[in-house]
Design a protein around this ligand. Structure first.
Ligand SMILES: [Zn+2]
Length: 76
């Protein structure tokens, strides 16, 4: 594998996205997982749905795992 891997994501994981929300917030919490990923902005509380492929490309860092056993992943 050359740095490409499916992003493991769970409900209540907190992520940092590459681009800020219009409110200025970078941090989001995952609220729904399916064909689309539901996230809520931790700065302004707005909920957004993104296609999974777009979400995976947008994630820069997983800040906090809802499941403690899983290590944090830093993606560049
Ligand atoms: Zn926001």
């Amino acid at each position: 594998m050359s740095g490409r891997y499916p992003l493991e994501i769970h409900i209540e994981d907190r992520v940092r996205l590459r681009k800020p929300h219009p409110c200025g917030g970078y941090e989001w919490e995952v609220t729904r997982i399916g064909a689309d990923i539901g996230i809520v902005c931790l700065t302004c509380g707005r909920r957004v749905m993104l296609p999974r492929s777009k979400f995976e490309k947008g994630v820069k860092t997983i800040l906090e795992r809802s499941r403690p056993a899983a290590p944090a992943i830093h993606r560049e």
